[in-house]
Design a protein around this ligand. Sequence first.
Ligand code: HEC
Length: 291
Amino acid sequence: MLWVARDANPARALGSAPTECLRLPADRALAQRIEVGRAAFRTPLLLGGQAARAHITCETCHREGRDNPDFLFPGVSGAAGTADVTNSLFSTHRGNGIDDPKPIPDLSGSKAKLKIDQAPAAGKLEPFLHGLITEEFDGPEPPPAVLSGLAAYVRALDPAACPARPRQPLGVALLMADTRRGLAAAQGELAAGDAPTAIVMVASARARLGLIDERFAGPALATERVRLHDADTRLAHIQTALRDRDPHAGESIAAWLAASPLLQAGLEVKQPASLFDPQRLAAAAKRRLPG
Ligand code: HEC
């Protein structure tokens, strides 16, 4: 709520999201790479410093791989929908001392309109993303599969793949679907022997659960919050198991996934009492935002 322009419509800015223009190929190995990138795109810990502390992800600015006309981050944005990515709040490396916010580009728009040549042969996108993570956002060195996954994801965003309806409701179903996709990507990486990337994938799943948790505020939703915290604790244990090369980590991910429809069903029943509900959202936005 603090990162949204005051005159934005809360139901639109906070209660819905653009639809994703993602072209998934038939080739399974490439599809897995894209899924790794998709989850990494939604992981705050990919970035470092203040961005990670504020739980900012690539997807905060590039909503569902697009732009974000409602984004207004104090001290970082100029007009709504812009960000100064060479701001010293986010970057100790590239903070340039100049207030120069730029429009957040729609990564699912025509490739010809984007500045960075995405053709694999040009060799431009990977170094750009590497600099973005480690320098613009002070993040730690990402595992190689995460970097190549992010590049594959950005390349797979395609205006021709945009669904007919431009926006979708933002709620439990969407965020749980992301959570499951992140964990499926973790399973794939674990099977390939890449535990560091699998750990990032589980971090992505945990961050998506966190976005559900922050909307389940208030005493009436205490039971659901306990369930969410339990589910998150199980994911934290899975991360430890992955770090320790515990051979049962894969089974634990499968068990989590098998139990997730029940968790989701319970959350969906209570969703109307949460801040996913458009009316509650509008009332909360009025209270939160002066004027
Ligand atoms: C704080 C908001 C913000 C975050 C977070 C962010 N970006 Fe961006 N991104 C921007 C802005 C603004 C630009 C345009 C910068 C410019 O024009 O100099 C941009 C540019 C880009 C471009 C180049 C587009 C072109 O024109 O070719 C790509 C690709 C990109 N971002 C991907 C990512 C990825 C991947 C992440 C996460 C690792 C990320 N961004 C995180 C705001 C953000």
